[in-house]
Design a protein around this ligand. Sequence first.
Ligand code: IPD
Ligand code: CA
Ligand code: CA
Length: 294
Amino acid sequence: MAVGFLHHLPPTTYDPTPLNMNQATPEQLEIFLDIATEAAMVAGAILQNYWGALEAFEEKGRPGDLVTVADKDAEAAILKVLRRHFPNHSILAEESGQMGDRQGEYLWAIDPLDGTTNYAHQYPIASTSIGLLIDGTPQVGVIYNPFRNELFRAARGLGATCNRRPIRVSKTPSLSKSLLVTGFAYDRRETSDNNYAEFCYLTHLTQGVRRSGSASLDLSDVACGRLDGYWERGLSPWDITAGVVLVEEAGGKVTAYDGSPLDMRSGRILATNGQLHDELSTELLRVPPLSSWK
Ligand code: IPD
Ligand code: CA
Ligand code: CA
């Protein structure tokens, strides 16, 4: 695996003196970014090692909501790195849950394997997503796709990169010229609020709507301009924290469906290149019910 561009950092315990969103210095954010990168690369190596070698998958509750030994081992490796450097920080990790104070000043939101269904089927679209919320606001994000060897990094005020090169959102001006992406949560069979009508309606209005199966890669693809917009419901903070920083630092916009400030706990997100944000928000709020379609 190509890890040559990873900095080999000495284990440092970063002991923050009062640090909040307004006080985090670029140097402090760089440290968080580098440690998150170290953790993501270790996780990526684990995902590659288990590729094609899994013998069993568990369902976590809902049909199709899978977890594998790769998810668990990758998460354990990430926790080890973060705890070594930041023993006082809180962590919200998909497989281990909440550790430390949920309202803590520093909260790492971790998805060790975003795209588990793809991974279990050996469809190589999956990533590790590691984000840091400081005082509840996403500030640092690292998303690593080991199958394309793409490392996305961003920190508040420091810009966004893919494999260390700056990235920007697209310039696509309108929905009619756009390529969008979305996804469907595991509760989709249990609720009529399942995003099916939105998917069909936006497919009518755009050049296409994709479903990748990895929310973090959807966000990093908006950040680097491959896709023009993304919306989804039923998400967790570990799916989106890193990607929010990436899209915003790449010049895009991230809000609730109605354009109001993003609520990290709502599960809903609208992320675009900024230019078609209002138009997509307007259309999302007036999706006709599928039953009314001729
Ligand atoms: C899922 C993926 C998918 C999204 C689901 C998520 P997982 O995460 O991000 O794209 O549509 O809502 O739960 O289960 O592969 O970590
Ligand atoms: Ca996920
Ligand atoms: Ca996951």
